[in-house]
Structures are given as structure tokens and as C-alpha cells.
Write a protein that binds this ligand. Structure first.
Ligand SMILES: Cc1ncc(COP(=O)(O)O)c(C=O)c1O
Length: 482
């Protein structure tokens, strides 16, 4: 019999030594870039690629060199969501406690699939979920899970609604278990985020089976139209309401929608991926009245909770159907459907199995800064948006198109005597020039088919002077183009 070959690893191949780089020193230059202008610099992909070493990674680069390479590249070609003049799309500013917390997450490298693989991670995630469930005023038995983003969380919430609507046969038979002879439908407002359409596609429902409810003059779901639709269709899987639409920041009339859903025994899913952070503010809370009646709620931590990417909370009022849908056990991973504290598995109520310790950065931020202080920052964002709206109202050459319900507004530069086409061209030029100047960034969108400038105030570093600066730039550029 030959002797088993005892493997050895050459000392130079040993990876166990610590990286030997001072993390805080390495990220200090990145922190210094946080508020530097320009926010973005136009580039071709080849310009950026030229700054990144794409040759075969044979090894040998020092970590210091690599830090310098990325620091230099992001400084040359930035996209700074962190900048207080960033008013584009919906992008998180990140909190000063995040880099430390994220480094801890990596060093620990726990897989928070459940208690057995991460007792501390599971305990902290459940704690964070409880705090957020309390903000929504969900009952004590409600459960939740942190997922990668609002798209994943919306899809998972809708999957649970579908499982409930189809009944216990759904796991085995899929949509064939749907008892109605017609196809299952999802009802949402015409302003819903496109992640709902993608969820419908992935769940096998299909976009043809989304019924879009018209919106009112404030871009909120029309309750009279919803009532008609629920009366007409018996095959509704769920109603999706938005607590802060992406385009205009509108909050659907949650209380009335919840009443209709209750009378039709229909699942209510609230997409608060953008707006959820406003719940941290006692002053803003009344705007979300009715959210507490939802069956599932999605809130992105990496939006208005100011957290660095990534993390989105999916809350279930009652996780029974999610558990029926997602529960799995296997020869290699015996697990019980009974969610005793030591058997608790996040992967039993959502699709992800291996999961980062996502709750840690949020736990640290919440404990360090506190919900009231973060809430006052969210409120300050809303006040900045309202201040901008007031400034716009005072300018003859500006037209406020969307009044902020939260921290998003839309407007146009609209001097008298120009055609609609000329106005569209000038507004698009204003947006581009502001971006080129680099101090501010707005996005553009369509509101009822009209091109508008869109401002989303979601950065804890934004102050009134940034709002005034943005407006001054818009007027200066607009007047020069007129
Ligand atoms: C209202 C709303 N829902 C869902 C999403 C999707 O979230 P994510 O980008 O985290 O997947 C967004 C993204 O902006 C959103 O605004």
C-alpha cells in the first residue's frame, strides 16, 4: 500500500497572515473624496478601464498600490452619492459609522442564514427588524428579513402573497394551484416602481396581468378606481401601494387602500423602499397612516435610512405563507419549520440562503446616532425640499410641477414666450450643464409625459445653502440659454 501523500503548502502561498494595512489610513483619502467636486465627470468606459489593471492577476501587487489605484480612479471618475449637492435618482449618502461596521462584517464573515450559522448576527438582525417593525407599528409576532435591495424584497413579498392566494398546493403545482379559472393579477398604481413589473415576470404572473390604477392630481393611487377594480376582479393576488413613489415621492392613501383590501380579503404590500426612512421622524409619521395595516412592507436601509449599500427590509405581518413557500431542509442541512429561537432561519422566509451580516452597520448606526437624530435628518431633507419648492414658487421663470410629499420635487425652467420644444431643450441643457459644472446633480424624468427636472433630497450632509446654490445655478444657466 502506498503511503498517502501528505500535502504541504509553500510558505509563500500561505494566506493566513493579516493584511497588514491600516484600514482607517487606507480609507481616509476616500473619506476625503466624499464631499469633493465634481460629483461626476463624464467618461468613456475606456478612460476608466485605462486606470484599472486588467492584466492577468498573477499576484504581487501590494495592498497599498491597490488602494492607491482605486482611490485615484474614483477621484478621476467619481459618482459621489455622498456629496451634499447630489440630488439625483434615489441614492444613499452612507453614514460615517458604515466603513468600520462593513470592515467588521467582512472580518467576521458570518453567514446569517440562521441562528446555527450566526448566533450573534441572527440576534442583531432580529433586533434591528423589531425596531423597524415598531416604526411601522406591526404586531409583535411579525417577522422580517434583510435582503439585498428593494427589488429582491418586493419580489419576495409578492411571492408570499401569491403563495397565500394559491394555497398550499403552490409549492408543488406553481400557478396551476390558483383556484380561479382566470389568471392571477397584481393591482398597483400606474406610478409603481418597475421592480413590481419584474417581480410579476419572475413569479410567472406576467406584466399583462398587472392592473394599473390611475393616479390623482398628486400622483397617488385613485381610491375610487381601486374600489372598482377590486369589485370587478376576484383573482387579485395583492394590491401594491407605494409609500413614496420613485418619480414624484407620492404616498398612496394607505389607510383607505388598507380598508378596501380588508373588505376584499386581499393582501396589501406597501413598497416603502424609498419613503420608509421618513418613519424615523415623529413629525413625518402621520403621512404614512395606514401602513400598519399592510401584510408586507419593504423599506430600503440603503435609501432614506442613510445606510451604505446594501440592505432592504422585508416585513411580514404574518410570515406563515412565506414560511410555507420558502421552507426547505436537506440531508446536509437539517432544519425544523418550527421557528424556535435556536432553530431560527432567515432563509425559511425569503429566497437568500447565504447572507452577509447586513444588520451590523445598521445596528451600529442606530445605537450610535439613534432613531430620533436620524429622523431629524430625514425631516431636514423634507424641509429642504419644501424650501426649494417655496423658492421655485417665487420665481416667475420657474414652474413647480410636483410639490414634495416627502423629499422629491419636480420643476421646469419656463420663461414666457418659448415653445414647449424650446423649453424641453433648455431644461435638458440645464441639467447637463449643472452636471458638467460638478457642484450639483439632478436627474430628469417625465411627469405625465412632460420632461421635468427632478430633485431628490436624501443626503444627511445637505443644507439650505446647497438648495440655494442649486437654484442659483438653474436660474443662471437657464437665463444664459434663453
Ligand atoms: C419605490 C421603489 N421601490 C423599489 C426600488 C428598488 O430598490 P433597489 O434598487 O434597492 O432594488 C426602488 C429603487 O429606487 C424604489 O424607488
Amino acid at each position: 500500500m502506498t503511503r498517502p501523500l501528505r500535502p504541504t503548502l509553500a510558505p509563500e502561498d500561505d494566506l493566513t497572515a493579516a493584511a497588514g494595512v491600516d484600514i482607517s489610513a487606507a480609507i481616509a483619502p476616500l473619506h476625503e473624496q466624499r464631499y469633493r467636486s465634481p460629483i461626476v465627470r463624464p467618461s468613456l468606459a475606456a478612460d476608466v478601464a485605462a486606470l484599472i489593471d486588467t492584466s492577468f492577476p498573477a499576484g504581487g501587487d501590494s495592498l497599498e498600490q491597490l488602494v492607491a489605484q482605486v482611490t485615484n480612479a474614483t477621484d478621476r471618475y467619481p459618482r459621489r452619492n455622498t456629496h451634499p449637492g447630489f440630488f439625483g435618482w434615489i441614492a444613499p449618502s452612507g453614514l460615517p459609522s458604515d466603513p468600520l461596521a462593513h470592515a467588521m462584517v467582512s472580518e467576521l464573515n458570518e453567514n446569517v442564514g440562521g441562528y446555527w450559522s450566526s448566533p450573534v448576527g441572527t440576534t442583531i438582525e432580529k433586533t434591528v427588524i423589531r425596531w423597524l417593525a415598531d416604526l411601522v407599528k406591526f404586531p409583535q409576532q411579525s417577522e422580517g428579513v434583510l435582503l439585498s435591495g428593494g427589488s429582491m424584497a418586493n419580489m419576495s413579498g409578492l411571492a408570499a402573497a401569491l403563495a397565500k392566494r394559491c394555497g398550499p398546493g403552490y409549492r408543488e403545482q406553481g400557478l396551476a394551484a390558483f383556484s380561479d379559472s382566470s389568471k392571477p393579477i397584481i393591482v398597483c398604481s400606474e406610478a409603481v416602481h418597475f421592480s413590481i413589473r419584474r417581480a410579476a415576470v419572475m413569479l410567472g404572473i406576467g406584466t399583462d396581468n398587472i392592473v394599473a390604477v390611475e393616479t390623482d392630481d398628486q400622483f397617488r393611487m385613485r381610491i375610487d378606481r381601486l374600489a372598482e377594480i377590486l369589485q370587478r376582479h376576484r383573482n387579485v393576488v395583492c394590491v401594491v401601494a407605494s409609500a413614496g413613489t420613485t418619480n414624484t415621492g407620492a404616498i398612496d392613501p394607505l389607510e383607505q387602500i388598507a380598508g378596501l383590501c380588508a373588505s376584499h380579503d386581499t393582501w396589501l404590500h406597501v413598497d416603502a423602499a424609498y419613503g420608509g426612512g421618513g418613519l424615523m421622524s415623529a413629525e413625518l409619521q402621520p403621512r404614512y397612516r395606514g401602513i400598519e395595516h399592510a401584510d408586507s412592507v419593504v423599506m430600503d436601509l440603503h435609501k432614506w435610512f442613510f445606510q451604505s449599500l446594501d440592505g432592504s427590509l422585508l416585513l411580514y405581518r404574518d410570515a406563515t405563507w412565506a414560511r410555507q413557500l420558502f421552507f426547505e431542509t436537506s440531508d446536509y442541512l437539517r432544519s425544523s419549520a418550527e421557528p424556535t429561537p435556536e432553530q431560527y432561519m432567515f432563509f425559511h422566509i425569503a429566497p437568500e440562503l447565504s447572507r452577509r451580516f447586513r444588520a451590523l452597520p445598521f445596528y451600529m448606526a442606530m445605537r450610535c446616532y439613534g432613531i430620533p437624530r436620524l429622523g431629524r435628518n430625514a425631516l431636514h431633507n423634507v424641509q429642504c425640499a419644501e424650501y426649494l419648492a417655496d423658492l421655485i414658487r417665487q420665481q416667475d421663470e420657474l414652474e413647480l410641477i410636483v410639490t414634495p410629499q416627502l423629499s422629491i420635487l419636480c420643476f421646469r425652467f419656463r420663461p414666457a414666450g418659448l415653445s414647449d420644444d424650446e423649453i424641453d431643450r433648455i431644461n435638458s441643457e440645464i441639467r447637463d450643464r449643472i452636471q458638467l459644472e460638478g457642484e450639483y446633480l439632478m436627474s430628469a424624468t417625465l411627469v405625465r409625459g412632460r420632461p421635468v427636472l427632478r430633485v431628490c433630497v436624501m443626503n444627511h450632509a445637505t443644507r439650505a445653502r446647497h438648495i440655494e446654490g442649486l437654484l442659483a445655478s438653474v436660474l443662471r444657466i437657464g437665463k444664459s440659454l434663453r
